[in-house]
Design a protein around this ligand. Structure first.
Ligand SMILES: [Zn+2]
Length: 243
């Protein structure tokens, strides 16, 4: 039973990724301007030269907006430094850049302008959301970095560590079968799993620094499964922790 659940879980993840990939394919920005060579946002408007409020080429002073290439990296789009380690990013900077970018290209602000501006704003808005989604969460970020570095997780990739899978399924069963009386057991599993997640995140950071992408991939699988255990823990807590 739990094996089927785990399998479904990996299928869901795979679909999600495929979906993201096909979405990216659709996000070709409208390029009515002849300037196809992309320059990273300079923070000043290329039409009126006033400072830009965000990392995007969208200017609220003269209402000019430019597309950025669909293949620009999430890091470039929000000007998040990849060095020294692209896995360790400053989340408050990310959030701040994301919010400013979101405001700058918000389709509501451009809706009353020319239709071509609106469609560029909509594309930028999708790019900004995708960037934030991929970078804000460590699991998504590691998955994205695998892709960015030529080691994407493919459908055929699977977890080789059967013992680990067995342990995870056992943990999930423990939580699922636990009532309020088994609270101590659930806590034990939850705490152990949380510590494991912290360790995996450290390992991912270290392996990324070493460009050891095959190990990163393996760790990402483990992180996904540990996250699944975390979800079951949260469900359990919601069910039994209400006062
Ligand atoms: Zn301007």
């Amino acid at each position: 039973m739990s094996f089927i659940r785990t399998l479904n879980f990996s299928v869901q993840l795979t679909n999600k990724r495929t979906h993201t990939r096909s979405l990216n394919g659709l996000l070709r920005p409208a390029r009515w301007n002849s300037n196809t060579s992309f320059k990273p946002p300079t923070r000043s408007c290329r039409s009126c030269f006033k400072p830009l409020p965000s990392t995007l080429p969208a200017c609220p002073s003269c209402w000019s907006i430019y597309a950025v290439p669909s293949n620009i990296s999430h890091y470039q789009l929000l000007e998040i430094p990849e060095k020294p380690n692209p896995f360790s990013i400053d989340l408050s900077t990310l959030k701040q850049r994301f919010r400013k970018a979101q405001v700058a290209c918000h389709p509501d602000a451009w809706a009353s302008k020319d239709q071509k501006y609106l469609s560029v704003a909509q594309t930028l808005s999708s790019q900004v959301n995708a960037a934030y989604h991929a970078l804000s969460d460590p699991l998504h970020r590691a998955t994205y970095l695998l892709e960015l570095n030529g080691h994407p997780i493919e459908e055929a990739d699977k977890m080789e560590d059967i013992e680990f899978i067995g342990d995870v399924m056992h943990d999930i069963d423990t939580i699922q079968e636990a009532g309020k009386e088994e609270e101590a057991e659930v806590r034990e599993v939850t705490d152990r799993n949380d510590n494991f997640i912290q360790q995996v995140l450290k390992d991912i950071e270290e392996r990324i620094a070493q460009n050891d992408w095959e190990t990163v991939k393996d760790l990402v699988f483990k992180l996904r499964m540990a996250r699944r255990v975390q979800d079951f823990s949260k469900d359990w807590a919601e069910k039994y922790d209400r006062r």
